[in-house]
Unconditional design. Sequence first.
Length: 271
Amino acid sequence: MNAVNQPRPSALATLARSTAAPARTAPAVVDQSVIIPVYNESDRLAATLAEVRAHLNGAGGAWELIVVDDGSRDDSAAIAARFAAGEPRIRLLRTPRNRGKGHAVRHGVLASRGRRVLYCDADLATPIGELDRLHAKLDAGFAGAIGSRVGPHADIRQRQPLPRVLLGRLGNRLIRLAAVPGVGDTQCGFKLFDGDKARRAFTLTRVDGWAFDVEVLYLFARGDWPVAEVPVRWSHRAGSKVRMRDYPATLAELLRMRWRHRGAPPRVRQQ
């Protein structure tokens, strides 16, 4: 594995302090936290929550499921509230207006209590059963494991439309150049992290939009916390909240993030 470049003194000091002392968030008291950010997902949310709950019950261990409603204008919050009313391990967090996926995930992670924290998309484009493959990497000593749709071992059941594929490839090249070299897919919405490290990293994040994944991975690399990229099963789902016009905004977020965390991009550890 490659070493990671030394971070800027301010970032290094912050990560060092957070490693030496408990983060100012809820202590880890359950084995697994699952964070699901939600924005206008009423058509599929009930099925998703039922599927995730069934998987967690079958996996054993103490768990919590946190749904973060990001200012939905449909019945998403009401659906999540019904699940939470009948199951104390399910919690609903709400923001009064739509702030962006990054803000919703941050809100959920910082409220989590799990020794390990997964965040996944409400459409379950990556099935929750793939979580076992990510756990294997943390069992092997990685601080995080991220689902990947690239490479020969990724199982893509339904591909995205060609314009999205081409824009995604271009975006990934820019991301590797500017922020996290060596990561093939930063944007797959299926990521598992050591809970304490995730909470420490998310206290430093500022990106509220789609580029938040890049900032989290950048901070993990700066902290010398190795992350494994794991090929997963994935299917494109209709109703994606990412619009074509969001790509320029995401690029702008990436540039602002790199300016905020000035310094050479870290060399990300390879598995």
